[in-house]
Design a protein around this ligand. Structure first.
Ligand SMILES: *Cc1c(COP(=O)(O)O)cnc(C)c1O
Length: 472
């Protein structure tokens, strides 16, 4: 297919085609997808968000004086995030397109806030989100990752403190980490950063909208937000647990002075004056309006109820997994269930679960940290727990019977020299990068490969997928 036809087709036909294509995607509703989507399963919410999105889709965030509705909604969202995340009257922030953009801007603000440092560095636990590594790479900030204990998966705050050098512009930590759902020791890390005169960013992209509610429900959530001395910025994705459609995150700074170096202004050209708070210049009002409508509709009481349902589902899922022989569940501190197994190939298990309609996220080993399976739990999962437990038991039996993946002999020698098409063939990837029925062989290979080889394979693989459609 091509997007551009010689002669356009009627709207209903276009939508029918789109519907057909969407039918091949993973299900975004129904509580069977444990990554990528966040579903509160609230009647009417999709319709509300879609209507708000449509109303503002053509509004341009480039110029807040031209479209004051967008400025007002952004200020409302930043104010709401400050309320949830321990802000005060000095707190300021920006609405961004997602967690990655919030993190790139946090790193940019820190880097450009220290023009005296020629070779800036970022310190973070190795469990911090890859988007921070991306930010460092984009901005040419050197990365100093601090290892975590391979059993507890926790970072020693003293090791973070020891990694700070005179060139460090930012210390980052997670509340919680995406992979395992664990909250870093924010208080001592932020104190160490402050003592060194360095900014400290808390990546609460994942859990920033649930942890405060979990605490109100009585869960023991350690302090992690702007109320912690030394925390200078914090990010929260509204397209995660605020249940807004994709494209909205908030980056908060402790005060206006800290935000100034995030902005980009340019007046030295003959066009319009450019002053951008975020990376994009032209940006749609659609996602912002949808998030604004979502927050106003769900309300504080609604988020508390959703957090309670999510907590109950997380707890029940963790208990179900922990019952299985040879399985270990990472202690539950948020809304993630992450588990390891000493007796079952987790990549085979993920395929068996997928065959039963459950989509989980396999995670590869890293250094001494074992491979695991990640489940992002949302409120929509709550009614599905019993069903999942039964299917998990049968998937585990099938995975035990199947045994671990055996990689094709000589695959690593092949990897050294072969063109990617040949590697893809050896792994059962079809022409154009079509995915095989079972992902376990691919995952096993990536798991066994060192990070640099993984990266090369991933780039080559995506490059095979991203090919223009034929002209017809
Ligand atoms: C999702 C996530 C990110 C990246 O956010 P995107 O919206 O995917 O760009 C960063 N940090 C954490 C902890 C996350 O969970």
């Amino acid at each position: 297919m091509s997007a551009l036809l010689d002669k356009g087709v009627p709207a209903d036909e276009v939508l029918a085609q789109l519907r057909g294509m969407r039918g091949h995607d993973l299900p975004t509703h129904g509580g069977r997808l444990f990554a990528y989507v966040y579903d509160p399963a609230l009647d009417g919410l999709d319709e509300l968000a879609a209507a708000a999105h449509a109303m503002s889709a053509h509004v341009n965030g480039l110029d807040p004086t031209a479209f004051p509705s967008l400025l007002a909604m952004e200020n409302d969202l930043v104010g709401a995030a400050a309320r949830v995340l321990g802000g005060d009257e000095r707190t300021v922030g920006s609405v961004t397109s997602g967690g990655t953009e919030s993190l790139i801007l946090a790193v940019k603000a820190a880097r450009d806030g220290r023009p005296d440092i020629a070779a800036p560095r970022l310190v973070m636990p190795v469990t911090a989100h890859a988007a921070l590594a991306k930010a460092a790479a984009y901005l040419r900030v050197a990365l100093d990752t601090v290892p975590v204990d391979p059993i507890t998966l926790r970072v020693d705050p003293a090791a973070v403190a020891a990694a700070i050098t005179p060139d460090t512009v930012l210390v980052a930590c997670s509340a919680p980490s995406y992979a395992h759902g664990l909250i870093d020791p924010v208080e001592p890390i932020a104190a160490a950063a402050a003592a060194a005169g360095v900014r400290c960013h808390v990546d609460a992209c994942f859990g920033g909208w649930t942890l405060p509610y979990l605490r109100r429900l009585g869960e023991p959530v350690a302090p992690f937000d702007l109320s912690v001395p030394g925390v200078t910025s914090i990010s929260v994705d509204l397209h995660k647990y605020a249940y807004a459609p994709k494209g909205v995150s908030v980056l908060l700074h402790r005060d206006e002075r800290l935000r100034a170096s995030q902005y980009f202004a340019y007046a030295d050209w003959p066009g319009y004056t450019m002053i951008n708070p975020v990376i994009s210049s032209t940006r749609s009002g659609g996602p912002i309006a949808a998030a604004w409508a979502t927050l106003r509709h769900i309300g504080d009481d609604g988020y508390l109820a959703l957090a309670a349902a999510t907590r109950d589902a997380t707890k029940a899922l963790a208990e179900a997994v922990a019952k299985i022989e040879d399985f270990a569940v990472v202690p539950r501190e948020s809304t993630v269930v992450a588990f390891m197994s000493s007796g079952v190939d987790l990549f085979v298990l993920a395929d068996e679960l997928a065959a039963r309609g459950w989509h989980t996220q396999p995670q590869f080993r890293h250094g001494d940290i074992p491979a695991s399976v990640h489940l992002t739990v949302t409120a929509a999962v709550a009614p599905r727990v019993g069903e999942f437990e039964a299917d998990l038991a049968s998937a585990v039996d099938a995975a035990r019977a199947h045994g671990p993946v055996q990689l094709p002999p000589g695959i690593f020698e092949l990897l050294e020299a072969a063109p990617i098409e040949q590697v893809a063939g050896a792994l059962g990837l079809g022409a154009g990068g079509a995915l095989p029925e079972r992902m376990a062989p691919v995952n096993a290979l990536l798991d066994a490969a060192p990070p640099a080889v993984r990266e090369r394979l991933l780039v080559a693989f995506l490059s095979l997928l991203q090919r223009p459609s034929p002209q017809q």
